[in-house]
Design a protein around this ligand. Structure first.
Ligand code: SAJ
Length: 414
């Protein structure tokens, strides 16, 4: 039975580890966070993703998934650690470096190392260099001083799954696999073909790295177009939702939806990895980021104008997560807007977020902020700010909005 060591048990590492265990691999998951490891060893999961808890429980109880804070010897090592950015939008790959150096003592000739974390172009080559620094005795592709014998294989294969559909998309999506040399590509392609139903496409590591960044930058640029259009429509006093719906009737036009800004840990981050590599060339990609990052300010200005006509206004804020029907608050423009308005004390604020049991710490101690259920908040509000298009909010009866001022950033009440 082939052994796999997965470094990082977050939104990608953990679903991948449990899926691989279900596919007959012996999987050892590693996380620096003791709480994550302890929870897993008792079959518990600390993040929410549909069906993940069931899959993890079955993998742990079958003995095919173990976890610890230290790696173990394996045939395949998968690095699925975070790649955030530093101040100034510069990529921070220190967790990839730490994971590469941590696995180095466990590596043997013939092993395959796969980087799955979204990374700037050239990172997989750096993984090779870091491993070589730790293990002069290993034949590492792309590094000098190799002394013959069987080599290590190193490849990049980005994850491209959508939160909320991760387990399904890990199997059904096509994958792009790029090795640092052809032997590594071939070995990694064979591995993904063992459990992926989509097509597994072979390329080199640098292309695979750029493909991932390109996908999310493409989406960011397209959302920026919709967000800019919403500003244009506001200025011209035209309904943006109607404009988009009508323009999309053209057979070759498919405009995305404007919103309060772009959130999540991917689309709001990854385009900067391209900009930081080629700052003078990636002008459209940079501008799209700026347009999307500016949108929360526009929403806040609009809300403050509406609140201005009330003496002691009550503001209902619907949604905190970064997108519909999930509990993920990372880089959420909705959360940023609510936090900023609360700090500026613009109104008595009633926050509705059906996907979290408690308000985040940044809002908990504020005397002007309370968590409420949807009906109460709608009844009590003077102004309603719709930030996330959760299904619960879409089902609101329009009669509940009568007499209220509504700022709808997602176009569900128009
Ligand atoms: N958004 C809009 N308007 C739209 C679509 C999205 O404002 O028309 C906003 C959302 O509200 C959210 C943000 O964009 O704040 C991002 O949401 P998303 O659904 O576009 O994407 P993510 O971040 O959940 O997942 C993306 C996916 N990438 C692409 O679709 C190209 C996913 O496939 C990737 O695996 C994931 O990033 C990742 O991990 O990189």
């Amino acid at each position: 039975m082939q052994r796999i060591c997965v470094m990082g048990l977050g939104y990608i590492g953990l679903p991948s580890a449990s899926l691989l265990a279900a596919n007959g691999y012996q999987v050892h998951g590693v996380d620096v966070n003791h709480a994550v490891v302890d929870a897993l060893n008792s079959g518990d999961v600390l993040i929410y993703e549909p069906s993940l808890d069931v899959m993890v429980k079955s993998a742990v109880s079958s003995g095919r998934l173990t976890s610890a804070v230290e790696p173990a010897k394996a045939d395949i090592f998968i690095l699925a650690v975070p790649t955030p950015f530093h101040e100034g939008h510069l990529p921070n790959i220190k967790y990839v470096e730490a994971a590469s150096r941590t696995i180095a003592p466990y590596l043997e000739a013939g092993n395959l190392v796969i980087l799955e974390s979204t990374s700037p172009v050239g990172t997989t080559e750096k993984v090779c260099a870091w491993i070589k620094e730790e293990r002069q005795d290993l034949l590492v592709p792309g590094t000098a001083g190799n002394n013959g014998g069987e080599q290590l294989y190193v490849a990049y294969c980005p994850e491209r799954v959508l939160p909320g559909r991760i387990l399904m998309e890990l199997v059904s999506n096509d994958r792009v696999v790029g090795g640092v040399d052809m032997a590594s590509t071939a070995k990694a392609v064979a591995f993904y073909r063992s459990f992926v139903e989509g097509e597994v496409c072979a390329t080199n590591a640098r292309t695979a790295e750029l493909v991932k960044l390109t996908e999310n930058s493409f989406r960011d640029v397209n959302i920026a177009f919709a967000n800019e259009l919403s500003l244009i429509c506001d200025e011209l006093n035209i309904n943006v939702w109607e404009t988009i719906a009508l323009a999309n009737r053209h057979p070759r036009v498919n405009i995305l939806q404007p919103g309060p800004g772009v959130g999540g840990h991917c689309i709001a981050v990854d385009p900067w990895f391209i900009v930081s590599s080629v700052p003078n060339t990636a002008r459209l990609i940079r501008t799209a980021r700026e347009v999307n990052d500016y949108k929360p300010q526009v929403v806040m200005d609009m809300v403050k104008t509406k609140l201005g006509s009330f003496t002691a206004p009550v503001l209902a804020c619907l949604g905190l997560s970064f997108k519909a029907n999930i509990d993920d608050l990372r880089e959420s423009p909705a959360l940023y807007i609510v936090e900023t308005l609360a700090r500026e004390n613009v109104a008595q604020m009633l926050v509705v977020e059906p996907y979290v049991t408690e308000l985040p710490a940044s809002l908990q101690d504020r005397s002007n902020v309370q968590k409420r259920d949807l009906k109460d908040a709608l009844d009590m509000a003077d102004v309603i700010l719709l930030l996330v298009d959760h299904n619960e909010f879409k089902q609101v009866d329009k009669s509940q909005l009568l007499g209220k001022v509504v700022v709808d950033t997602r176009g569900i009440y128009n």
